[in-house]
Each structure stands twice: as C-alpha cells, then as structure tokens.
Design a protein around this ligand. Structure first.
Ligand code: F6P
Length: 319
C-alpha cells in the first residue's frame, strides 16, 4: 500500500499549515498518495478522510491554524471507536499516519498501533513546549513572537501611565512560554508553575526600585501558577503601591502568521516523519534536540513527564 494520511490533534498551532503543505508535496515526490483526515481523531472515526493534492495546499503556508481542523477526541480513547477508525482507513487502503499533536494524541496512537498495526509517526505540536524527549514543538516560536509583540505594546502604555502590568501566558502546567517571554522582554517578575514563589520576597526590592526612579513593572506569569493573575495585580496595588492591570493573552497566542522558524521546522519534521515511515520506523515520534532529529519511542515521549530546561530554570532563579 502506498497511501498515507495526516491529521491534527489537540490545540492547533501556527506551523500546522506549512506542515500540511509539505506533507502533500513530499508524499507525492515519494510516490505516495496523500490523504487529509479532517477534525483530528474525530474525523478518523466519522470517516472524514479525503485525498489531498497540490491545489488543496496552495496559498496556505502563511496561514495560522490548520485548514483540516483539529479536535480533542474522547471517543478515540475507546476501543470500539478505534475499531471504526481502523475500518475507515482500511477501506481507503491507508496504513501510514502522521499525527501532529501532543502526548495525549500520541498515547491514543500507541493503542491504535498495538491493536491494529497502523504505522504512525508523531510530530510534536503544541505551543506549550511540554513534550518529553523533544526540545522543540511545532508552533512555539510563533506563539513566543505573538507574546513578544503583545508585551512590547503593553510596555508602551505601562511606561506612559506608570502602572504595573500582569501579563498571563498560556502553557497549561508548563512555564516555558512565560519564562522565555520574560527573559526576552525584560520583565521584572516571572512566575511559573515549576518554581515555588513567595511575593513577599520581592517587596523590598521593588519598592527600592520605585524610590530609585522605576515607573512601571512588567510581570509575566504562566496560567498554571497557584494564584489568579488578578491576585498578583492586587499585590502590586496593595504592597508595592502601583496602579495595576491584567492582560490575559489567551488564544491570541495560538494564532498568527507562522514564523520562518516554524515553517522550517514544519518542513524538517514532516520530511523526517515520512522518511522514517518509509524506513519502517513504525510507532515513533520525531523529536528535535541539539543533536538533531531522532525517532523516539512513544513510551519515552508520551509516558514520561516533561521537565523544563535546567539552563532556563537557572536563569529564572537569578531573576
Ligand atoms: O495546549 C495548548 C493550549 O493552548 C494550552 O496552553 C491551554 O491551556 C489550552 O490549550 C487551551 O485549550 P482550549 O483551546 O481548549 O481553551
């Protein structure tokens, strides 16, 4: 069989469309017939599987999101629905699948492979950058650039109005987005779920900075910390004596024109994923680290907890 399909699962990221474009082009170059599965594993169950060609991917490389849709599927975690999905793939003689998603999606694929032998390669894709075994997940660079633009804009008004701004990033339980953004945007405070904090420890220094002429503060906090961002703003007002505002960046971080880095990584991830499948790597995830691209077992990637880069954590401790 020479048929291969791709689907997007979980939170969409900018970089998925460039990946879809290269998937179609590289499959065709390799003599494979490419298929799109619409709406993630839900579409696999509901048979939304269609042949893809050059015309479907023309003009999408600069667009965020994914033209084939994404979803979080509870049904796919149940055996009976995986059976239906398998029958849908069989009917089209598809036996290779690329999955753009996170560790939850890969765990679903592991079951699918064990039960039905569908060969697959996962491509880590989440703005949270919280997948074990890979230092980079597709979409992270675009999200960081969106956050950087927002913080730069907020700085303009914070400086003009002498206020403290608490800027909340996404990331679920991972502080990567907040930490890198804080380092690259010159924030005065960064709070992430991985590191315990006590706001009292900052009080004296922040008041001293105000006495020495500081007019505004930028705090970047991750959505997974123990307090609401409004509580941090209240602390700035009550303990530091600065008028404060909260900006929750929310889903703005998931959209936007994919950066050059994400376009390039999409190209590389897809190339390695298809090469791996053609080379009989059947149930792996293509991971990226300083050593380059490597295929890792689903167990290593999906069943072990991600830990934030120790070098980055070291910088935060010196904040
Ligand atoms: O996992 C990606 C992510 O954007 C997280 O950072 C965030 O917590 C979550 O998804 C938001 O999910 P939803 O789009 O379902 O609100």
């Amino acid at each position: 069989m020479k048929n291969i399909a791709i689907l997007c699962s979980g939170g969409d990221v900018s970089g998925m469309n460039p990946a879809l474009k290269h998937f179609v082009e590289y499959s065709l170059q390799n003599g494979l017939t490419p298929y799109f599965v619409y709406d993630g594993f839900e579409g696999l169950i509901d048979n939304k599987i269609y042949k893809a060609a050059h015309q479907h991917v023309a003009g999408i490389i600069n667009r965020g999101g994914t033209i084939i849709g994404s979803a979080r599927s509870k049904r796919f975690m149940e055996r009976e629905f995986r059976e239906i999905a398998k029958n849908n793939l069989d009917a089209l003689r598809i036996n290779m699948l690329l999955v753009l998603g996170g560790d939850g999606s890969f765990r679903g694929m592991e079951l699918f492979y064990k039960e039905h032998g569908i060969r697959f390669c996962g491509i880590p894709s989440t703005i949270d950058n919280d997948i074990n075994g890979t230092q980079y997940c597709l979409g992270v660079d675009t999200a960081l650039n969106v956050i950087k633009d927002s913080i730069d804009n907020i700085r303009d008004t914070a400086a003009s109005f002498s206020r403290a701004f608490v800027i909340e990033t996404m990331g679920r339980n991972c502080g990567y987005l907040a930490l890198v953004s804080a380092l690259c945007s010159g924030a005065e405070l960064c709070l992430i779920p991985e590191i315990e904090y006590d706001l009292k420890e900052y009080e004296e220094s922040f008041k001293e900075q105000i006495r020495s002429g500081r007019k505004y503060f930028i705090a970047v906090v991750s959505e997974g910390i123990k307090e609401e961002s409004s509580e941090i703003a209240k602390w700035f007002e009550q303990k530091i004596g600065l008028e404060s505002r909260v900006t929750i960046l929310g889903h703005t971080q998931r959209g936007g024109n994919p950066t050059i880095y994400d376009r390039l990584m999409a190209y590389k991830f897809v190339t390695h994923a298809i090469d791996g499948l053609l080379d009989d790597k059947n149930e792996s995830v293509i991971c990226y680290s300083k050593k380059g691209f490597e295929y890792k077992s689903i167990d290593e990637v999906a069943n072990k907890k991600y830990e934030l880069d120790s070098e980055l954590l070291g910088y935060l401790k010196r904040f």
